[in-house]
Design a binder for this molecule. Structure first.
Ligand code: ZN
Length: 307
């Protein structure tokens, strides 16, 4: 007992002596892995950045366990994509940290692209509208901006700004690390641009509407999207349309995603006799555990299919 008291006194003493002004790090909760990776690198050791969506889960619907909720308690800032994709972030962070938390949505500030008919399909778009399905449907604007390395560089600036508002003394470090990350992403962008130019085929069919920004940036065409609204099985009529689009456009490969049910993609690939590949829009698992590795991996897979 005496030892414990002494130890406590000692610790209190050393804490106050060595670092009188030390404040606990402000916690920042980030919805999905690609943004989390950028945020933790911009933050350095100034902020406590936590990832909300566990790797391997779809970004379009998420219900956290109490243990996962505890991770975001006391957060001062929440960072999300917005554009109706990760509305769960705001609900979770406000539920755990209270109404005082600031939420920054990056997507609406990055000149979001509109999804085309081929990406959403008229019928599927109509079906997805009823209330109560908000978690599963894409808005008319495409939320997946992080798959465009050019917009992602602007997102880094937005993170620097948001972190500077939260922690003014950290401003110089945020800016410096942000600039280094942007330089790294600029290099990545140049390398992807050069690689895509060497591919023979430029038309793809994807599992859900995640690749629109990437396709637009690098000159690929998306002939169709199999399951425009993740978690919602496509109708037979829509699948027929997808098959017709595959044939008409001479699409050589189909792309499923690890976060979603693979079966509908496999069925179509078998029927159309095209190869099925797997791209990963979110990452966070082994081999795709930084933003640059994630985009590099997806480019490798696309290259394998299209070169
Ligand atoms: Zn998505």
């Amino acid at each position: 007992m005496r030892y414990l008291t002494a130890l406590l006194l000692l610790c209190t003493a050393c804490n106050t002596k060595t670092d009188p002004g030390v404040k606990p790090k402000a916690r920042v909760a980030v919805s999905i892995f690609p943004l989390f990776d950028l945020a933790r690198r911009v933050a350095g050791d100034r902020l406590d950045v936590v990832l909300v969506l566990p790797p391997g889960r779809s970004e379009h619907s998420y219900d956290p366990t109490p243990k996962e909720m505890a991770k975001v308690a006391d957060a001062k800032l929440g960072v999300s994509v917005g554009l109706q994709m990760d509305e769960w972030l705001e609900r979770i962070v406000k539920g755990a940290a209270g109404q005082g938390v600031t939420i920054v949505q990056l997507g609406p500030k990055l000149n979001p692209r509109k999804m085309t008919h081929d990406e959403v399909g008229d019928e599927a778009a109509d079906e997805a509208r009823p209330a109560g399905e908000a978690e599963h449907h894409h808005g008319p604007q495409d939320p997946h901006f992080w798959l465009d390395p050019v917009r992602t560089q602007q997102a880094v600036d937005l993170l620097v700004d948001a972190f500077t508002t939260l922690d003014k003394e950290g401003a110089a470090g945020f800016r410096q690390r942000g600039d280094a990350i942007k330089a790294s992403i600029a290099t990545l962008h140049q390398s992807i641009e050069a690689r895509v130019k060497t591919w023979t085929h430029k038309t793809i069919v994807t599992f859900h509407g995640s690749m629109g920004y990437y396709a637009e940036r690098y000159g690929l065409t998306i002939a169709a999207v199999i399951e425009p609204f993740p978690g919602r099985e496509p109708t037979a009529k829509y699948l027929t349309e997808v098959l017709a689009a595959l044939k008409k456009t001479n699409t050589v490969a189909l792309f499923s995603e690890p976060q979603l049910e693979k079966r509908p993609a496999q069925v179509i690939a078998d029927q159309a006799k095209v190869k099925l590949f797997e791209i990963d829009p979110v990452g966070g698992t082994a081999g795709v555990d930084t933003y640059e590795k994630l985009l590099g991996h997806d480019t490798d897979v696309l290259e394998q299919a299209l070169k």
